[in-house]
Design a protein around this ligand. Structure first.
Ligand code: ATP
Ligand code: MG
Length: 610
C-alpha cells in the first residue's frame, strides 16, 4: 500500500527528516521560500499513516488556496498508492473545511445541505433589497459586516447596523445560504455553542497540519484553536513570515511569530537549503526584501543566471515582449548564451514545456493585454485566480438559477443579472428538468438557453467552458455547486498541461515555475497605490514582490513600461523603487529600444544581443 520508510525519507535533508518524523505534540517549521516546507508537510502525512499507523481520515491538512490544496493532494497521492486512503484524507482550504462542517450540521442552522454561498457582491444586493440601510451607506455597511465576521468581533451597539445584520442573517437563512465570511464565522459560533459537536470534531481530526501559517487571520486561528484540543495538540504548522501577504484581508503574521508561546511545548524546525531558486534569484530577492538590514539569504543549489530587467514603452509592447520571449525560449534559441554564469547543470534546465512559464501581475486588470499578446502568438494559456469568471455574468446567473431550482426556491438575484425574469411557468419547467435526472452539464445548458442571452463571443465562450467543466460531475449537482462556490479543483485543472500560467502575485504563493515574468514593476503598481485611498502597506507589497520573485527556479524577468493604459487611463509610472536595492551585478538590463530583428536561420542570437 505504501512506499517504504526509506522511500518516504529519501531526498530529504537532516532537518527535513527530523520534521517529518516528529510525532505527537505541536510543532512549527519556519523557513524561507523553496526550502521544502510543503515537501515536509506532504511527506509527513504519508509518514504518519505508514509509520505512525494513523488512520487517513484523522488527518486534516489546511491551506489557503484551492491550487495549493490540489498541489498537496497530488504530492501525497504520489506517495501513497492506496487511492482509497488518499480519498479519506481531509485536505482543503479553510473555507472548504468550514463549508463541510456547516453542511454536516445544516439542520442546526435551519438549513439543508448543500448550503449556498453568497459573496460580498451578493451581500450588497441583498442589503439594498432589504432596504435596511440608506443607499449611501450600502458600501460601508457591506464592508463593516464583512469585517465583523472576518475578525469575529462583537457587533457594535448601533441600531441600524444590528437591524441590518439581523435582517440579512434572516434572509440568508430563508435562501438556504451563508456568505463567504460565515464559512469561518458561523463554524466558530457553532462549535463554541455545541460542546458535543466540538468533541466529535476533535475526535475526528486528531492530526492537524497547516501550510502558509503566516497568512492566518483571527477567525481561522480561533477555528484551529477550537479543533486542536488541549495544551499539546498534534498541530503541525509551516510558514515563512517574510511571505505574509494577506494583511489587507485581515491576516495577522503574529500568529506565526507567537506560535511557540501559544503552544508552550512546541518543537521548532528550521530549514536552510533552498532547492528551488538559483543563487542569483535568492540573493536578488533577499536584497530587495531586506535592503541590507540583516536577514541573511539562503543558499541555492546552483549559481544561476542573471535576472532580466526589461523596460518597455507601453503595456502593449511589454506584453508583446513576454509573448515573444516565451516563443523564442520554447523555440530553443540559445537565449542565455551571453551569460557567463551558466553552470553545468543548466543544460537540463532548458525549457521543456509551456507549463514551465508563469506570468505574474499585481492586478487582474493587467491580464487582458497579456492574453491578447499570447493569443496573437498562438500560445495557449490558463488564467488562475480566486474570483474567476464563474462569478461573472452570464455564468453567475446560470449557476444561481440551477442552485435555486435545486433548493426549490424562487430565483431572486435579478438585479444586475443577465437572466430574464423567471416566472411560475418557468419554474415548473425547471423543476421538471431536475426531476428528469439530467446531468449537470445538460441542466446548465438548458438553463442558459431559456434564461440568458449571451451577447459577446466572450460570454458564449464562458458558457461553453462552464458546460465542459461541469461534465465530470455527471449528475452530482451538489458537488458541482460546491465546486462552483469554492472551487475544489481536484481533477478539473491538470497542472501539467501545455499552457502558460497567468495569475496574480497573490495566487502564485506556494507554487514554482522554471521561468517567471513579473510584469508591471512600476511605482504605483508595486507598491500598489493607484486608486487607493489609504497608502498601500509598503512592506506587505515588498513581501508580495518577494513571493513573486521566489517562484522562479531559473529564469526571472522583471518588466516595466514607461506608459501604461489601465482602468481607462494612461499612466506614466517610474520603475518600482523595490528594484533599486538589487545589486547591479545580478541584473542584466535592457531598455526599450526597437527589438532587434532576428536574422532568419540564425538560432544563435539572443534578444539581449543588442
Ligand atoms: P514556499 O515557501 O515557496 O512555499 P516551500 O518551502 O514550501 O516553498 P517546497 O515547495 O516544498 O518549498 O519545495 C521547493 C522545491 O524544492 C520543490 O520542487 C521540492 O520538490 C524541492 N525540494 C524540497 N526539498 C528537497 C530535497 N531535500 N531534495 C531535493 N529537492 C527538494
Ligand atoms: Mg510551500
Amino acid at each position: 500500500e505504501f512506499e517504504s520508510e526509506e522511500l518516504l525519507l529519501k531526498d530529504l535533508n537532516a532537518e527535513q527528516k527530523a520534521a517529518v518524523k516528529h510525532f505527537r505534540g505541536p510543532a512549527i517549521v519556519l523557513a524561507g521560500p523553496g526550502t521544502g516546507k510543503t515537501r515536509v508537510l506532504t511527506r509527513r502525512i504519508a509518514y504518519l499513516i505508514q509509520n505512525g499507523h494513523v488512520p487517513a481520515q484523522e488527518i486534516l491538512a489546511v491551506t489557503f488556496t484551492n491550487k495549493a490544496a490540489q498541489e498537496i493532494r497530488q504530492r501525497v497521492a504520489d506517495l501513497i498508492r492506496s487511492r482509497k486512503m488518499v480519498k479519506q484524507l481531509n485536505i482543503g482550504t479553510f473555507h472548504a473545511l468550514g463549508y463541510q462542517i456547516l453542511n454536516e450540521n445544516a439542520a442546526l442552522l435551519n438549513r439543508q445541505a448543500p448550503i449556498a454561498i453568497f459573496d460580498a457582491q451578493d451581500r450588497k444586493k441583498i442589503l439594498k433589497r432589504l432596504a435596511v440601510v440608506a443607499e449611501d451607506d450600502l458600501e460601508s455597511f457591506n464592508d463593516l459586516i464583512g469585517k465583523i465576521k472576518l475578525f469575529l468581533v462583537e457587533t457594535p451597539e448601533d441600531e441600524t447596523l444590528q437591524l441590518a445584520m439581523q435582517s440579512y442573517a434572516d434572509f440568508l437563512e430563508s435562501q438556504n445560504a451563508v456568505d463567504l465570511e460565515d464559512l469561518i464565522y458561523l463554524t466558530v459560533q457553532l462549535l463554541r455553542s455545541h460542546d458535543d459537536l466540538l468533541k466529535a470534531y476533535r475526535h475526528r481530526f486528531k492530526w492537524i497540519l497547516v501550510d502558509e501559517y503566516q497568512d492566518l487571520n483571527r477567525g481561522q486561528y480561533e477555528l484551529l484553536k477550537l479543533l486542536a484540543a488541549g495544551s499539546e495538540p498534534n498541530l503541525f504548522v509551516i510558514g515563512d513570515p517574510d511571505q505574509a501577504i494577506y494583511g489587507f484581508r485581515g491576516a495577522d503574521v503574529h500568529y506565526i511569530t507567537r506560535f511557540e508561546t501559544d503552544f508552550q511545548k512546541a518543537r521548532s524546525f528550521r530549514l536552510k537549503i533552498s532547492y528551488r531558486c538559483s543563487d542569483s534569484i535568492l540573493q536578488a530577492s533577499a536584497s530587495m526584501l531586506y535592503r541590507g538590514k540583516g536577514g541573511g539569504f539562503l543558499e541555492g543549489l546552483h549559481k544561476g543566471l542573471k535576472i532580466r530587467l526589461v523596460e518597455e514603452a507601453s503595456e502593449k509592447s511589454e506584453a508583446e515582449f513576454v509573448a515573444r520571449t516565451i516563443e523564442e525560449m520554447m523555440g530553443g534559441l540559445r537565449f542565455f548564451s551571453m551569460d557567463s554564469a551558466i553552470t553545468q547543470g543548466n543544460q537540463a534546465q532548458r525549457i521543456q514545456s509551456l507549463s514551465d512559464f508563469a506570468i505574474l501581475v499585481r492586478l487582474k486588470a493587467m491580464i487582458p493585454v497579456l492574453e491578447k499578446a499570447l493569443n496573437d502568438h498562438g500560445i495557449p494559456y490558463q488564467v488562475v485566480g480566486h474570483d474567476s469568471w464563474l462569478h461573472e455574468e452570464p455564468v453567475r446567473s446560470v449557476i444561481e438559477i440551477l442552485r435555486c431550482t435545486l433548493a426549490g426556491q424562487s430565483y431572486y438575484l435579478k438585479e444586475g443579472a443577465m437572466a430574464r425574469d423567471v416566472n411560475g411557468q418557468d419554474w415548473q419547467m425547471l423543476e421538471q428538468l431536475v426531476a428528469e435526472q439530467k446531468t449537470v452539464s445538460e441542466l446548465l445548458e438548458l438553463i442558459s438557453i431559456h434564461f440568458v442571452q449571451p451577447q459577446s463571443p466572450k460570454e458564449k465562450k464562458r458558457l461553453k467552458r462552464l458546460f465542459e467543466l461541469a461534465a465530470p460531475f455527471g449528475k452530482d449537482t451538489p458537488a458541482f455547486l460546491q465546486w462552483a462556490f469554492l472551487g475544489h479543483g481536484q481533477d478539473l485543472y491538470a497542472p501539467q498541461t501545455e499552457q502558460v500560467t497567468l495569475m496574480t502575485l497573490h495566487a502564485a504563493k506556494g507554487l514554482e515555475f522554471n521561468a517567471v515574468f513579473i510584469v508591471g514593476c512600476e511605482q504605483g503598481l508595486l507598491p500598489y497605490a493607484i486608486f487607493k485611498e489609504q497608502a498601500a502597506d509598503v512592506e506587505e507589497e515588498r513581501r508580495l514582490l518577494y513571493v513573486g520573485m521566489t517562484r522562479a527556479m531559473h529564469y526571472l524577468f522583471l518588466t516595466h513600461a514607461r506608459r501604461r493604459f489601465l482602468f481607462g487611463q494612461t499612466y506614466q509610472l517610474p520603475r518600482s523603487q523595490f528594484l533599486d536595492a538589487i545589486e547591479q551585478e545580478l541584473i542584466e538590463a535592457r531598455r526599450a529600444e526597437r527589438p532587434p530583428k532576428r536574422k532568419k536561420d540564425d538560432g544563435q542570437l539572443s534578444l539581449f544581443d543588442f
